[in-house]
Ligand binder design. Sequence first.
Ligand code: NAD
Length: 297
Amino acid sequence: MKIGFIGLGVMGKSMALNVLKAGYELTVYDVVRENVDALVQAGAQKGDSPEEVAKQSDVVMTSLPNSAIVESVVLGEQGVLSGLRENGIIVDLSSITPKTIRKISSMAKEKNISVIDAPVSGGAEGAAKGTLTIMAGGDKKVIEKVMPLLESVGKDIKHVGDVGAGDTIKAVNNLLLGINMVATAEALVLGKKAGLDPDIMFDIISKSSGGSYALTAKYEKYISKGHFDPGFMVDLMYKDLQLAIDTAKDLQYPLICGTLSQQMFEAARAEGLGDRDISSVIQLFEKWGKTEVRSEK
Ligand code: NAD
């Protein structure tokens, strides 16, 4: 099985390297040349466009920033769909709207090409270690066919329903992560301002009922040190919250905490934090509280 990989950023680069390590023949493409060079040095072939990558591949994997980019890379001129043979498979690992992946899937079907939405969770670290959680939507038989490939990038891989179901679960998951991140940031600044030692606060709360992934994954590595290199960028979280908000709007379901949380990430973007890790949202609360939550060790 020959593999194509498009989108070699924070997540895609590591995932593509793991595909190579698993022994697959790999052709790659990214608009940023250095990202391609890094994979070519590791043994991948370079494709000059998504179409060229698809011509060399049985399965094309994509890990791209948003719905519009996935749509143009797959359906656009010199896109994946123009290059892929009949019975080819597209595995989209990005987090995008269920609507977009369903549209791509129905257009691909006309060419006898299958589409799987397989968004991932586990961050840059999970991508590097090949331990991502993957929530796959689409035809069960097609998912079984690409399972060994998915196992080269992830550990916990679940078939969650028809095309679009993976992206829906991802939107719900990241809705919670966004809300928890903002809530954690607000609470930590309050604790610090009220005189608590941040490390003691972390130690206790991470083992108590107020704990969350947002606290355990983001306190020691980012907040306590004041280092906010991503990680998971504010811009991407803003986009993911929009996926949840759009889904809720279509269903006429109010999304109060999600909308509030997205506004906090909007404020973070306005403060120039768009390309920082999501934990940098704490810097807004720190500014308002006139106190920083850093380790005192
Ligand atoms: P990123 O911005 O680091 O990587 C995206 C890559 O796509 C970049 O290398 C960029 O140059 C490339 N790209 C952009 N437009 C392109 C085009 N038209 N053609 C080809 N390449 C193009 O983003 P990331 O953090 O790797 O995230 C990728 C996807 O995975 C996003 O949908 C994101 O929401 C999702 N995700 C990210 C994380 C995380 O922790 N970073 C975790 C889970 C899911």
